[in-house]
Ligand binder design. Sequence first.
Ligand code: GLU
Ligand code: ZN
Length: 289
Amino acid sequence: MYVGRFAPTTSGPLHLGSLLAAVASYLDARSHDGQWLLRLDDIDEPRTSANAEKIALTTLEIHGLEWDGVVVRQSDHRDRYWDAIAELRKKELIFYCTCSRRKLRNTATYPGYCRTRLVKPSDPASIRVHVPDRKIGFEDRIQGSVEGNLSVGEGDFVVMRKEAIVAYPLAVIVDDDITGVTDVVRGADLLENTLTQIFLIETLDLAIPRYAHIPVLNQRNEIKLSKRDQAFAIDNRVPLLNLVSALHMLGLDPSSDHQDVHLLLIWAIEQWDVRNVPKEVAIKDFISI
Ligand code: GLU
Ligand code: ZN
């Protein structure tokens, strides 16, 4: 059974990149007769808002993207994140880090200053994981073979921030495990992070999902498409146009005579083939902006 999901961070309205991820994950799930879950990544409280959440749900509804079951929230999984950390501790893979941002300013790879700090200090500390010095790889359905060595990238990475907020790679693998996700379809900006996630999944003995990383809009143009850039918020007044553009970028060729989003999506589910998705797209292809 295929279980897919869309997991927007609710720190602002959905942007064009998130609509692409929503549409791609929806079409892939539906074309496999699978489930498509909606999870709100709301753990980063200082940045998330109830209003953004409402707007995200409305945007999906207006675009005809109907999810299965109840909306899942990261904030419901807090205990499970700590369980995972306890598991990592048992394996002697974590340590407390008190390094300031300033101290790490000039280092891309964590230099290991706190590696031997196994007891929680009284100062605020983040929790980092020891990474192995070996290659990790996977086969992406769109991007092909991906591999890398975590110890030459970010190095020992943070799983729990100083403010006791779980870090994304740990949260996402626990969330996907809890909800039985078999297939992850999301933006290629997370391609490298997927290696970190696979390391955690293997270490915690969970099942590795299949991955398909769709092109991100900013790759070629160097325009930063973050949710904080209101300029790229989706215009909910033109859902049909937005969907047609998104489908073009995902390698489909919809005609302009579809009357509404539901009929257009039915057509797209039939046509969907992940092998037609390009590895990269330019923002100029997104005709509605
Ligand atoms: N909330 C994350 C994001 O919007 C989810 C990424 C993922 O799909 O794993 O970037
Ligand atoms: Zn440190």
